[in-house]
Ligand binder design. Structure first.
Ligand code: XMP
Length: 510
């Protein structure tokens, strides 16, 4: 089945991904492409959205898309830079703003239009621009203004071309999603047929057709992406999917056994490989965070390569790559073009990297991966798990790593995480964990002086890990957790709570 597709042309705005997410929330399939790489099958797209940009249309670095196959030929919505581009190069005028135009503004209608269906006069919209449109382009019809921005929304007479100075994609534009829906559904007549169920059905059919009877190997991590990818592939090719779940000895307490059980219960053909000793050997005596990461990455590849060799005639490597990984490696403004990853026939790489690559989730955002997982009946607890870094506890043990330190941190972490669950706080937190600090401090237990380790607890709220703030956990919870840790975990006599935001701190301590 072919879905209606929407093209989002990216001019480098920090919000471009948000446009795509809002469109997908409307159950409409869309793709982001750089402004200067319009897909050759442009006729297959039902509508086009032009994103904002950090550049100015008046500058020498103004970005010039070739819109000859789009403008006037299919519905087009121009946002911010896109709107200024339309004005500047089509008979209008753009000039620097006299006032700073950032943040909240309110719509005031000039002319009624279906574009603002169900959006009340005065609706809040979010502005973020330093140029302003002084004169509309040829055939421009003004639809709405705000207090500071006269030409806030306009259309072009005789075309299905709309332009807005504000950002409908950000949450602070209260009716932004409604406006996008009005444009895409009412004006461009795009079908809302991109649903998790339809994605599962079509992907399974495609995987069957592509993979046939071939064998596929996939590394499971216990995280959401690799799990959902595995379940999809399992639906398509069953036992021809060989999943490998590696214990690097740096997972959470009992994680290896419990997640492996869970995978087996889901009917996956999974092999658990306990390579803890190999990882700990490679890490012995190493305290530099980046060298620790590299050692873990190297050993993982060795272990995975060994396992892939045991599968006779394996042809494919499956990965849980998601859409943000793909678009992050595409630059809108010059830079290397869309060479994402090339695992094919590259000399010197491990054998499994010479396999053909299949990435069933590479069109999905994280929240869509969760929705798809839920629609396939994956345990909500598994889908709602906090992110956990690949190098695991190695980057939460500051300094060098020993088996004893791993044991201590696993115990501390388990008390903290189980406590969050018991107190119903787990889902209010985006990520939580404990750090084992490389300091000993003096304490007193009974009548004895102690000189033991200090641990730091960290719990943050975030949407993507790029920025984060510490969570205001209840004092009673922190008090109980601290008591439990010090009483139950031998070797720890002090607990602190990290109250740093990111930036300037980071989430992990290493
Ligand atoms: P930071 O510490 O940079 O972390 O604020 C942001 C997010 O990334 C995770 N993280 C990693 N994940 N390998 C990973 O797979 C790593 O080396 C790594 N370092 C940090 C971190 O847990 C947080 O979610």
């Amino acid at each position: 089945m072919q879905h209606d597709k929407v093209l989002i042309l990216d001019f480098g705005s920090q919000y471009t991904q948000l446009i795509a997410r809002r469109v997908r929330e409307l159950n409409i399939y869309c793709e982001i492409h750089p402004f200067n790489k319009i897909p050759s099958n442009i006729q297959d797209y039902k509508a086009v959205v032009l994103s904002g940009s950090p550049n100015s249309v008046r500058g020498e670095d103004a970005l010039h898309p070739d819109l000859s196959e789009i403008r006037g030929k299919k519905p087009m919505l121009a946002v911010c830079y896109g709107a200024q581009y339309l004005a500047h190069f089509s008979g209008g005028n753009v000039a620097p703003s006299n006032t700073r135009e950032y943040g909240r503004a309110h719509l005031s209608y000039i002319k009624e239009d279906i574009f603002f269906r169900h959006v009340k006069e005065g609706s809040q919209v979010w502005m973020s621009h330093s140029d302003t449109i002084k004169e509309l382009p040829t055939n421009g019809v003004l639809l709405a203004s705000t207090h500071d921005v006269e030409n806030a929304a306009f259309k072009i007479e005789g075309e299905t071309t709309y332009a807005i100075q504000f950002h409908p994609e950000v949450y602070h534009s209260t009716d932004g999603k409604q406006i996008l829906e009005n444009f895409l559904v009412e004006i461009a007549k795009v079908n809302q047929d991109w649903t998790p169920d339809s994605f599962v059905d079509e992907t399974v059919e495609n995987l069957k057709a592509t993979l046939g009877n071939d064998k596929v190997v996939l590394g499971l991590s216990g995280g959401v992406d690799s799990t959902v990818a595995a379940v999809l592939l399992n639906k398509a090719i069953g036992q021809n999917l060989y999943c490998v779940f590696v214990n690097n000895g740096l997972l959470r307490k009992n994680e290896f056994e419990s997640v492996l059980n869970q995978y087996e219960g889901m009917g996956l053909n999974v092999k658990g490989v306990d390579a803890s000793a190999r990882f700990l050997d490679a890490l012995a005596g190493e305290s530099d965070p980046e060298k620790k990461r590299k050692a873990i990455g190297r050993v993982f590849i060795e272990v995975f390569d060994d396992e892939a060799h045991l599968i006779e005639d394996v042809k494919w490597l499956a990965q849980g790559t998601i859409y943000p990984d793909v678009i992050e490696s595409v630059s809108a403004t010059g830079g290397p073009s869309a060479t994402i990853k090339s695992h094919h026939n590259v000399g010197g790489l491990p054998d499994f990297m010479k396999l053909k690559v299949v990435e069933p989730l590479k069109a999905l955002f994280k929240d869509e991966v969760r929705r798809v997982g839920a629609s396939m009946g994956i345990d909500p607890e598994l889908l709602g798990r906090h992110p956990f870094p690949g190098p695991g506890l190695a980057i939460r043990i500051l300094g060098d790593i020993t088996e004893e330190k791993v044991r201590i941190l696993q115990e501390v972490d388990a008390i903290f995480i189980n406590g969050l669950k018991e107190w119903n706080l787990y889902n209010d937190v985006w990520q939580a964990g404990a750090m084992l600090l490389p300091v000993n401090s003096v304490g007193v237990m009974g009548d004895e002086r102690t000189y033991e380790k200090c641990v730091a607890l960290r719990a943050v709220e975030s949407t993507d890990g790029m920025t984060a703030d510490w969570v205001n956990l209840p004092y009673e919870f922190l008090q109980k957790t601290s008591n439990d840790i010090i009483n139950k975990v031998k070797g720890v006599n002090r607990v602190v709570y990290d109250i740093s935001s990111k930036p300037p701190a980071t989430i992990e301590w290493e």
